[in-house]
Design a protein around this ligand. Structure first.
Ligand SMILES: [Zn+2]
Length: 380
């Protein structure tokens, strides 16, 4: 989109990526996509995600997507900067920030957080490479995806920053932990196709085959992030061993977003709290705490609900209530045990409000069948 072009041209990036490291281009397995119709053998070898490929093919067909805020004046930039002054606020409005940055919320926010946490100086990062890395991440999210898009990634990254500021964590995390957490948050849904794992398995999608039907999407997000890390060369000045460690640890954080494994992490966290042996000087324990937070959490917004209440809305309400009751609340409760601050109480308060508003949409008690279906959906 125009906003991305603006960022790229300002930083002097090329409009297309030309990588050379070994990389599997999944499009060659994708028999019926529109991609294959026009793709040439040379293009197939190129290092483009689906999202970027579709975008560039739209561009060449002359059908670029229009944006409502193509030209930004200084007022918008000034307001975006002003918002960044409150980036540690739980009520940070990511949608407003996205509009003020012309759809570049993920790039602007993450770049700001890298600077705020002193990561650029500490790790001697090249600003042009960093910017390019973040632009590539943002572009690999599918803008047509109503939920798992770049704004969601920016939202989760901003939430991660809030957790990192909590006194218990802030006093123990290292710059390395902060770096991994921010990258994992920004990339945790990278190149999300907009369908879930059961769908990929049922349709024999190549990703399901590639990852043997296990944490299919999470593995894909992780491997896509590794691809961008290597391609950007952002950490090429670091020893190979450190880079390998980084890739593995980012993987552990992203794989923890697999909702079907949420209980596993929660039980481990809970048992440490019960025994009182959580030692934040221990890197493994710190990473366990961070893993808790890379899970997808509907955290702060009253979810937008259409005013009419039909059968479908009721079913969505059941799923939302089940999600909050069985996944979000237990996690937030344990977090409040671990760090009983204003933030943890606010988070619990927001879940309560969200649940109440969804319950208001249920005209009748859900049947047990509905609840079971909702739970099945959650666990899938
Ligand atoms: Zn997510």
């Amino acid at each position: 989109m125009l906003g991305d072009v603006r960022v790229r041209s300002r930083a002097g990036f090329e409009s297309e990526r030309r990588g050379s490291h070994p990389y599997i281009d999944f499009r060659i397995f994708h028999a019926q996509s529109e991609i294959e119709v026009s793709v040439s053998a040379r293009n197939i070898r190129r290092l483009l995600s689906f999202q970027r490929y579709l975008r560039s093919s739209r561009f060449f067909r002359g059908t670029t997507v229009s944006n409502s805020l193509n030209i930004l004046d200084d007022d918008y930039n000034g307001q975006a900067k002003c918002m960044l002054g409150k980036v540690g606020n739980w009520n940070f409005d990511i949608f407003l920030f996205d509009r003020l940055t012309n759809g570049n919320s993920l790039v602007s926010l993450t770049c700001h957080l890298f600077s705020l946490h002193g990561l650029i100086e500490y790790f001697h990062l090249d600003m042009v490479k960093l910017r390019r890395f973040l632009v590539m991440i943002q572009e690999d999210y599918h803008s047509q995806n109503p939920y798992h898009n770049a704004v969601h990634a920016a939202d989760v990254t901003q939430a991660m920053h809030c957790y990192l500021r909590e006194p218990k964590l802030a006093n123990s995390v290292t710059p390395w932990d902060v770096l991994l957490s921010l990258i994992a948050a920004a990339t945790h849904d990278l190149d999300h196709p907009g369908v879930n794992q059961p769908f990929l398995i049922k349709t024999n999608h190549y990703l399901a085959t590639l990852y043997k039907n296990t944490s299919v999407l999470e593995n894909h997000h992780w491997r896509s992030a590794v691809g961008l890390l290597r391609e950007s060369g952002l950490f090429s000045h670091m020893p190979l061993e450190s880079r390998k460690q980084m890739e593995t640890q980012i993987g552990a954080l992203i794989l923890a977003t697999d909702i079907s494994r949420q209980n596993e992490y929660l039980s481990l966290f809970r048992s440490h709290l019960d025994r009182g042996d959580l030692c934040l000087e221990d890197a493994r324990h710190r990473h366990l705490v961070l893993q808790e937070w890379t899970g997808d959490i509907e955290k702060k917004y009253q979810l937008g609900v259409s005013p009419f209440c039909d059968r479908q809305t009721e079913s969505i309400a059941n799923i939302q209530i089940g999600f909050m009751t069985y996944l979000v609340e237990p996690l937030f409760t344990e977090w409040a045990r671990f760090s009983n601050t204003r933030l943890s109480q606010t988070m619990l308060g927001h879940v309560g409000l969200n649940k109440a508003s969804w319950k208001g949409l249920q005209r009748e008690q859900p049947s047990s069948e509905d609840s079971e279906a909702a739970l099945e959906e959650l666990n899938s």
